[in-house]
Structure formats: structure tokens, C-alpha cells
Design a protein around this ligand. Structure first.
Ligand SMILES: Nc1ncnc2c1ncn2[C@@H]1O[C@H](COP(=O)(O)OP(=O)(O)OC[C@H]2O[C@@H]([n+]3cccc(C(=O)O)c3)[C@H](O)[C@@H]2O)[C@@H](O)[C@H]1O
Ligand SMILES: Nc1ncnc2c1ncn2[C@@H]1O[C@H](COP(=O)(O)OP(=O)(O)OP(=O)(O)O)[C@@H](O)[C@H]1O
Length: 277
């Protein structure tokens, strides 16, 4: 890890874990939510991208239970920046659940974009987002054809930090785990029987080889969750949050900066107000 990407603050003694009864209620609530969204849409089930990570795995476990495995279609979409192990984990999840799944190689599709605008092809953020948005197009391609909805896998931590690609992995019809902080997703996953190696896997958006969420954001998820819960979602001031968590001001500032600068990602694109009365 380079000096600029040192992960800030690692002492966040805030326990956001759900109690056993909250876990059960959360699970039931999400199952009903998924059933309602699918049925309100008049759809025949759902499609989701499987990455072998904790978010898509947890969402798949919940959706298979909510809809029945025959109504969930997984898509595994490898590119040259994905670790093979993650793609085989994604297939393992589909096989464990007994859902239909396809493996669609997206490198050739992404290359078409890189070829027509080669000056951006080496920009890892811009190019990484091409992979993410290509997956979104394919998700809707399958969903349109099969009269299904597209399930998102975003959690509350990512949503508040804007840690997603606009019109990429956020281009979905609903986010079943969208009100859970990252550490609560891990807890729910374990309670659903998601294998331990997937629960404890290092989170990565895999937009370029070797990327990890925590290194890119500069703060670890437990600290992010604690600052979000106390200060962004909660009522504590910055000073009180620093005191409560025993982290430095820079850590709280970094989380707030990520939250504020991603405001545009949480709204419909604005247009000027109408000039007519
Ligand atoms: N103030 C503003 N008002 C309106 N629009 C604004 C804007 N600032 C930027 N924009 C627009 O937003 C664009 C930048 O946003 P975007 O294209 O999303 O790109 P950006 O936020 O730069 O990159 C996506 C981030 O999400 C992370 N990610 C992606 C996918 C999955 C996951 C995961 O872990 O699940 C994480 C990824 O590692 C990266 O840090 C700009 O090019 C511009 O078009
Ligand atoms: N290679 C892939 N194939 C299919 N879907 C993918 C792939 N990469 C990402 N996705 C989809 O985009 C979502 C966001 O990607 P990301 O890799 O950040 O999430 P994740 O791996 O599920 O969870 P984590 O943040 O813990 O790594 C995934 O949950 C998945 O639905």
C-alpha cells in the first residue's frame, strides 16, 4: 500500500450488529420486499450480476428464497481485470442455489469502446466504469427479454459514499440490501449460510486488477459504517463522533467528503425549473 492510500482510522468501537431477532425480521422484510417489487412490476422473476463478492452473493441468497430458484437468473460477466477465483466463486454461488446462470465474457465488448476512444483506454477509472456499465446493459438485455426485473446489490454504506458507478451497478430496479451497512450485510450473509470464505473476502469493485474498496476510499468499512451511523445518518457532531470512536478528525472528514461529493448520484438528473407559472 502506498503512503497516499494509507487506510485511515481502524479503531471504531461501534457495534452495529443486529440482534438475532432483528436479523430474522430483516430477512423476512427483505424477502417480502423482493416479492412485492417483482409482483408490482408484473415480472416473472429477477436477474442479477454475480461477482463472487459478499453483496451479490447475499442478494442472490435472499432473492432465491423470495422468488424460488427457478425465477432467478444469474449472470457472471468476467473481464481481464477480474480474478479467476472471484468468477469461479460467482459460479459456485449459482450452483449452490440451483439457479439458472450464464457466463458472458465482456472483454470483447469493452475493447470495442476502448478502440473507438483510445485516449481514455488507459484511464483506469474511466475504463473500469466501462466494464461496470457494460454489465448494466447486459442485465437489462436479459431482463427485457425474460420479463424480469434487475436486482441491485448496493448496500447503505456504498450508497451514502457514492461508491458505485453512476448508471452502472446502480442502474437497477431495486436494492434489497440497500438499507444495511456493510458490516450488517456480512452478518446477514453468515446467518443465511453464505460460505465463510465469501463472507470474509476483501471487498473489491474489481474495476482494475488489485483494486480494493478500503484502499481506494482510504478508510476501512467498520470505521466508515460507524461514522455514517453516528454522524451522517445520526445526530452526533463531528467532535462527538471523533471522541466516541477514538478516530482522528481526518477520518470523519474523509467520510463526509465522500458523502457530500456524491450527492448528485443519489438524485434524478436535475433540470431547470419551469419558467411557466
Ligand atoms: N456534482 C456533480 N453533479 C452532477 N454530475 C456529476 C457531478 N460530479 C460528477 N458528476 C458526473 O459523475 C461522473 C462520475 O461518476 P461515475 O461515472 O460514477 O464515476 P466515479 O465516481 O469517478 O467512479 C466510480 C466509483 O465507484 C466505485 N465502484 C464502482 C462500481 C462498483 C463499486 C462497488 O464496490 O460496488 C464501486 C469505483 O471504484 C469508483 O471509485 C462524472 O464523470 C460526471 O459525469
Ligand atoms: N464480474 C462480474 N460479473 C457479474 N456481475 C458483476 C461482476 N462484477 C460486478 N458485478 C455486479 O456489480 C455489483 C457491484 O460490484 P462489486 O464487485 O463492487 O460488488 P460485490 O462483489 O457483490 O460486493 P463487494 O463490494 O463485497 O465486492 C456486484 O454485486 C454484481 O451484481
Amino acid at each position: 500500500m502506498s503512503e497516499e492510500t494509507t487506510v485511515l482510522g481502524r479503531s471504531a468501537p461501534l457495534d452495529l450488529r443486529l440482534s438475532d431477532s432483528e436479523l430474522e425480521t430483516t430477512r423476512d422484510h427483505v424477502l417480502q420486499f423482493v416479492r412485492d417489487v417483482v409482483s408490482d412490476a408484473g415480472a416473472d422473476g429477477a436477474v442479477l450480476g454475480l461477482s463472487g463478492g459478499i453483496d451479490s452473493t447475499t442478494t442472490a441468497f435472499l432473492a432465491a428464497e423470495a422468488l424460488g430458484e427457478e425465477n432467478l437468473h444469474g449472470i457472471v460477466m468476467p473481464s481481464e481485470v477480474n480474478a479467476e477465483e472471484n468468477m469461479s466463486d460467482a459460479e459456485r454461488v449459482a450452483q449452490m442455489l440451483g439457479i439458472e446462470y450464464d457466463v458472458i465474457e465482456i472483454q470483447p465488448i469493452a475493447e470495442e469502446f476502448f478502440d473507438v476512444f483510445p485516449e481514455a483506454a488507459d484511464d483506469k477509472q474511466a475504463a473500469g466504469n466501462v466494464y461496470v456499465r457494460t454489465r448494466a446493459v447486459l442485465g437489462y438485455f436479459v431482463a427485457n427479454y425474460e420479463n424480469k426485473i434487475v436486482l441491485g446489490t448496493g448496500n447503505r454504506s456504498e450508497a451514502l459514499l457514492g461508491y458505485f458507478t453512476k448508471y452502472g451497478d446502480q442502474a437497477v430496479d431495486c436494492n434489497p440490501i440497500g438499507n444495511l451497512y456493510k458490516q450488517q450485510v456480512r452478518q446477514l450473509a453468515a446467518s443465511l449460510g453464505v460460505p465463510d470464505d465469501l463472507v470474509s473476502k476483501t471487498p473489491s469493485a474489481e474495476m482494475w486488477a488489485g483494486q480494493t474498496d478500503e484502499e481506494e476510499m482510504g478508510v476501512d468499512y467498520d470505521t466508515i459504517d460507524a461514522v455514517l451511523a453516528l454522524h451522517v445518518d445520526g445526530p452526533l457532531s463531528k467532535a462527538a463522533t471523533v471522541r466516541h470512536l477514538g478516530v482522528d478528525e481526518a477520518t470523519v472528514d474523509r467520510v463526509v467528503e465522500l458523502y457530500e461529493r456524491s450527492e448528485h448520484k443519489r438524485h434524478m438528473p436535475p433540470a431547470p425549473e419551469s419558467l411557466r407559472p
